[in-house]
Design a protein around this ligand. Sequence first.
Ligand SMILES: Nc1ncnc2c1ncn2[C@@H]1O[C@H](COP(=O)(O)OP(=O)(O)OP(=O)(O)O)[C@@H](O)[C@H]1O
Ligand SMILES: [Mg+2]
Length: 238
Amino acid sequence: MMATVPRVTTGVSGLDEMLQGGIPQGHVVLVLGTPGVGKTCLALQFVASGAARGEKTLYLSFEEEPDALLAAAAQFGWSLTEATKKGLLKIVRVDPQDASNALKRIKSQFPQEVQSFGPKRMVIDSISLLSALSSDEVERRNVLFTIARMCRQAGATTLLTAEANPLAPEVSRDGMGEYVSDGVLLLAATEDPQAHRAGLAMKILKMRRTGHVRTRQPYKIGPRGIEVDARAVDFGGL
Ligand SMILES: Nc1ncnc2c1ncn2[C@@H]1O[C@H](COP(=O)(O)OP(=O)(O)OP(=O)(O)O)[C@@H](O)[C@H]1O
Ligand SMILES: [Mg+2]
């Protein structure tokens, strides 16, 4: 008999469908994309679906303040403020401008926080800013490997957001996240100059231990968050 892989829902039904049910539990998944394609939105949707199931999430934010994240979620109808009050969500804000403090915090305090909080889900938004904390290549790799190991040890299913390289949009700007990830999900703006169409599409570049759709599928960011059309075929410009 084939062993079934336990899945974690992303909160985006079309994406779950592309993944044959969701992200394999415990995976560290890189969410790659240029600015404004919805990486944070996807992360918040992932958090909201966890909160709806009573699962704890630890969200490490290098970009937006917790209040801004909660307000963004509220706009989509997800009450993450309530999740925070119930103790299901902990947003840890790290200021990337204060690099030495931030690195210290990540190396010492954060592992303790993961251990004592015991999250089922984790988000790091974004590892591009995390890697900007240090100019030393070896240290940058070490920090990222430490974090990925921590997520795995905690058994938490994790999304790492990262900025895509504008010259090669299927790889991250610093090329690091790919090394520590079990899966890579690409979010991209698409254009069809002939039809004057512009849109968004998502593609699973890699996902260990599961079959998945390999084509780019269109998505929208609407009033209820991200919606992926997992079955669309023949849409322009790709
Ligand atoms: N309430 C909303 N309703 C519809 N669309 C929205 C809403 N909020 C944001 N968007 C869309 O989502 C986009 C931004 O999404 P998000 O902040 O998740 O992107 P991102 O990839 O995290 O960007 P960055 O790289 O700047 O962090 C906006 O540019 C807008 O098009
Ligand atoms: Mg963002």
